[in-house]
Design a protein around this ligand. Structure first.
Ligand code: FAD
Length: 433
């Protein structure tokens, strides 16, 4: 039984965002009943749970994680951390993915989050409850065999199911006829299988660039196809090319008319938003591969201020960003932060998208906050009445971006130290590179 007046909040997913949600709900027992976290897998960490498997796991669920064996973080641990839980200071700034998983596991232990998680429970359906008390009906099943369906009622839902699992496959004429190996970066694990091959990578986002650097030492040739300005020097056997426009047999055609033969195509083309447990139209939402709209402050459907989507934004400092989003959500639920009316929320959400488009932004970039993330988090903190992120997070994030732009091959060899909320220092290079 829940004590009267205490809200029952359900969290979907026990990755970084879900753990952060549970930690903060549990820290507020005067307002909230203990959180219930449904996690489809049998462990915490979400995307940071590396597995060699691709495709489906033995229990028949699609593999969630897109981690590859040798991944090192693209942000230093000094800015990756949740503001209330630093990484082990003895670690280098740029971490192997296993260190991040260990960090999330110790975060879960430190804040006693595991006791709230129901592992191997897949959320199947989330729908507004019919009764006068409102809230949400959440139906889950056993992840292994999709049996044992149970529906429970909650006052609020926080969706933390991640968005780096469902590959976005671009429509490229002839792609399906490519006779070589065709994969998405979601399925890439290690460079060895590509030794001696000519590999074309489509897309120069973080994964495209990283895979280029991993493959160059073993592949015969790597062609990185993208629409950005040329990247700073890459290894000698890497060619930068225009976007791929067509594939004909084993020949790949590029935007400037160039053609190259390839053994392997790797689509580093990003991911789709997907919430299979929701009926978006019923919630007034439109979900496309790259957008979830309208969401008030990228967080909640205007007419459902008790349903939150944490972590939809991209090009952010993820853990600090989740921290701010969650404290804001909980302030809303506690009544400490009063939202404008539903009509005003709708107008604000639609206005933000209109403004983005009017400024020349592509619809698919709407949730990519980039430089807008700092003002966004600060505003959430002001409205939610909690501590804003310390300025050093932004400074260090921007310093990292600048050093990556300068030398994408070696920026991870730097080590930083946070001196104060305002200051950071470069403390020397990691000799291991
Ligand atoms: P996830 O980690 O994806 O967790 C979602 C959880 O929800 C999973 O455990 C999943 O099993 C569960 N779930 C999903 N659907 C259901 C359902 N229906 N029912 C029950 N459970 C469900 N960030 C950084 O800060 N630094 C980096 O260097 C960095 N590198 C990255 C490299 C790669 C290759 C990728 C893919 C991402 C990287 N990120 C990095 C971003 C990373 O995704 C975020 O840091 C963060 O871990 C995302 O957490 P999340 O909780 O939103 O989602």
């Amino acid at each position: 039984m829940t004590a009267p007046g205490k809200l029952r909040v359900v969290v979907i997913g026990a990755g970084a965002a879900g753990l952060c949600a549970a930690r903060h709900i549990a820290a507020c027992p005067e307002s909230f009943a203990p959180p219930v976290v449904f996690e489809a897998s049998d462990r915490v960490g979400g995307t940071w749970v590396y597995t060699e498997e691709t495709g489906q796991s033995p229990d028949g669920l699609p593999i969630h994680s897109s981690m590859y064996r040798d991944l090192r973080t693209n942000l230093p641990k000094e800015v990756m951390a949740f503001p209330d839980f630093p990484f082990d200071p003895s670690l280098p700034s740029f971490l192997h993915h296993s260190d991040v998983l260990a960090y999330l596991e110790s975060y879960a232990d430190h804040f006693c989050v595991r006791e709230h998680i129901r592992f191997s429970r897949l959320v199947d359906a989330v729908s507004p409850a019919e009764g006068p008390e409102g809230g949400w009906d959440v139906t889950t099943c056993r992840a292994q065999d999709r049996t044992v369906q149970v529906t429970e009622h909650f006052d609020a839902v926080i969706v933390c199911s991640g968005h780096y699992s469902d590959p976005f496959i671009p429509a490229i004429p002839g792609l399906e006829t490519f006779p070589g190996r065709l994969l998405h970066s979601h399925e890439y694990r290690s460079p060895e299988p590509f030794a001696g091959r000519t590999v074309v990578l489509l897309g120069a986002g973080p994964s495209g660039v990283d895979l280029t650097l991993q493959l160059a030492p073993v592949a015969q040739r790597v062609i990185l196809s993208h629409r950005q300005p040329p990247l700073p020097p890459l290894p000698g056997n890497v060619l930068q090319a225009m976007p791929v426009v067509a594939v004909a047999g084993d020949t790949v055609q590029f935007g400037d008319g160039a053609e190259h033969r390839a053994d392997v195509l790797i689509l580093c083309t990003g991911y789709r938003y997907r919430f299979p447990f929701l009926a978006p139209a019923r919630l007034g939402l439109r979900i496309t591969a790259h957008t979830v709209t309208p969401l008030y402050r990228h967080l909640l459907p205007p007419h459902h201020p008790d349903l939150f989507f944490v972590g939809v934004c991209q090009q952010v400092c993820p853990f600090p960003h989740f921290h701010c989003q969650l404290l804001f959500c909980l302030a809303v639920l506690r009544g400490a932060c009063r939202l404008p009316s539903a009509a005003e929320r709708q107008a604000a959400a639609e206005g933000a998208l209109r403004q983005h488009l009017a400024a020349g932004g592509a619809p698919r970039h709407f949730h990519q906050l980039g430089r807008r993330q700092w003002g966004y988090c600060q505003e959430l903190a002001r409205l939610g009445g909690f501590e804003p992120l310390p300025p050093v997070v932004r400074k260090l994030y921007e310093a990292t971006q600048a050093s990556r732009r300068q030398d994408v091959s070696s920026y991870r060899s730097l080590n930083y130290r946070v001196l104060s909320a305002e200051e950071w220092a470069l403390v020397g290079a990691d000799p291991g590179g």
